[in-house]
Design a protein around this ligand. Structure first.
Ligand code: PHE
Length: 499
């Protein structure tokens, strides 16, 4: 137990053991410890009481002192006293109001003054004041005078004063004031009494571990200053990567660790590569101006004839894919419209076109653009985490395992997939993760359809996925508004977890 004490605690306990049965006042303790600050007594008293060694006794005293009217009374006598003197000095038939004013009493004094006398038994008889028991009144007034002069010398504890007079003066305006004061005393408990005073000598506390310290052996018997890890402090601020940048870095590392290589692509793409290559029908609603940012410069992004030919055939009648196509005329101009990519799937598709017979596992984290109205969960610019496995035996379980492994490396173990629809995958799934008891949708995935892979020049299946980065960031950073990710609020950014 003595191990848990600070040096101050030891000093205070040692002092108290010099007179073990005493109740110590603050002044007793200051004197015997030699301290000059009451804070030490309060602090060590508290910790010794938490250790069960000291009992703290609190007593409340009411301290009575003069208020503003009381101060005046102490100087000029109480109103009833002055009127009583006038009464005693006046002849029996001169004790009326007129003479009272003549004697110099103010109108605002006369009324209350007479009231005070009346409450002591004085009566008005045909305009004249009459006191049946003058002695009684004189003695009441002298008690009141003594009360006032006693507290005018210094404030007095209520126990030293007559409760009736305290009550009387409390009822009169601004005569006295009463303050409640808490007085503490400290005494040793049974446990405190039995502490061996020998154990209470000061202990050298080590607050800092230095190389010099470790070279000697003085630290062996020493005590180490405990750190209070819950004590409030200033949060250190300094340069750090933006949380989004840090998160991208972490995701990148996870995929690299899983054996994937990173790919990139341009923001500006043709509708052909962004959509036609993915067998998205040219009449698809997502292609409209409400969803896609088409560009006026470049308005046209040329696409190789070879691909325009292939996509025309696939879209119009299915070509060799076994599909019947969309059964509509393919518009080659539409396919060469310039736009801002709406998903990063354009990158993986182009990667396959460039490497049709090379097995690959690639990923990319990139910005995409859609005409969204900004709100709590939507931004017109956001990021996707895209990837593919393109190899001879690629299959759905492989895809699901890959996504589960990715999310579990990111700290989310509960992942589920649900059937879904995308024009370019079959089967298609939606990927959800469990977060605080709720399933949250994070992205789409599937196996590219032959209508997609055949024009790209590959015969192998392709596992593909595309997931939202901001959604994941909100979960990891504990945000409920997507906009917080991009507001340049340094204070908030500084408070986000370091990833
Ligand atoms: N491109 C889809 C999206 O933007 C995601 C996806 C990618 C779905 C790959 C299936 C396959 O939501």
């Amino acid at each position: 137990m003595t191990m848990d004490m600070s040096n101050n605690d030891r000093t205070m306990l040692k002092s108290m053991l010099t007179d073990p049965n005493r109740k110590w006042s603050i002044n007793d303790l200051l004197e015997s410890t030699g301290w000059d600050d009451q804070v030490h007594v309060a602090g060590s008293g508290q910790s010794l009481s938490e250790l069960g060694l000291v009992a703290i006794h609190e007593s409340k005293t009411r301290i009575v002192s003069l208020d503003s009217e009381g101060e005046k009374a102490a100087q000029n006598e109480l109103l009833e006293e002055r009127i009583w003197k006038w009464y005693l000095d006046s002849d029996g038939d001169k004790r009326n109001m007129e003479n009272l004013f003549d004697a110099g009493f103010q109108r605002n004094e006369a009324g209350p003054g007479i009231g005070l006398l009346k409450s002591m038994g004085v009566r008005l008889e045909s305009g004249n004041l009459v006191a049946p028991d003058e002695e009684l009144i004189s003695s009441i007034i002298s008690e009141r005078r003594d009360f006032i002069s006693k507290i005018s010398a210094s404030s007095v504890e209520d126990s030293e004063l007559s409760p009736q007079l305290i009550e009387h003066f409390s009822g009169r305006k601004d005569l006295i004031s009463i303050d409640v004061q808490v007085t503490r005393t400290w005494s040793l408990t049974e446990a405190g009494l039995s502490v061996d005073d020998e154990l209470l000598s000061h202990v050298e506390m080590i607050g800092e571990v230095t190389p010099e310290l470790l070279q000697g052996d003085s630290w062996m018997g020493a005590k180490f200053k405990p750190f209070d890890v819950n004590a409030p402090t200033v949060t250190p601020t300094g340069g750090r990567p933006h949380p989004m940048q840090a998160l991208i870095e972490r995701i990148r590392n996870v995929f690299l660790e899983m054996g994937f290589s990173e790919i990139e692509g341009n923001f500006v793409q043709s509708a052909g590569w962004n959509m036609d290559a993915l067998y998205i029908p040219q009449s698809h609603p997502a292609r409209t101006m409400q969803d896609t940012f088409y560009l006026s410069n470049p308005q046209k992004v040329e696409v190789q004839e070879e691909y325009l030919d292939l996509w025309s055939k696939v879209h119009e009648h299915g070509h060799d894919t076994g599909s019947r196509g969309w059964g509509r005329k393919f518009d080659r101009e539409e396919a060469q419209k310039g736009l801002l990519r709406t998903h990063t799937t354009v990158n993986t598709v182009r990667h396959i076109a460039e490497n049709p017979s090379k097995p690959s596992r690639v990923f990319g984290i990139g910005r995409v653009f859609r005409q969204e109205t900004i709100d709590r969960t939507h931004l017109p610019e956001f990021h996707q985490i895209e990837g593919i496995i393109h190899e001879e035996n690629a299959n759905l379980p492989m895809l699901i395992t890959t996504l589960k492994t990715f999310y579990s490396k990111m700290g989310y173990d509960d992942v589920r997939v649900r059937p879904a629809y995308f024009p370019y995958t079959e089967p298609s799934v939606e990927v959800d993760i469990l977060w605080r008891g709720e399933w949250l949708e994070l992205g789409g995935a599937g196996i590219f359809r032959p209508e997609v892979t055949e024009p790209l020049g590959t015969e192998w299946p392709v596992c593909a996925w595309g997931m939202g980065l901001e959604r994941l960031a909100m979960l990891i950073l504990g945000l409920d508004d997507i906009r917080q990710l991009y507001q340049p609020d340094l204070e908030k950014l500084g408070q986000m977890p370091i990833l």
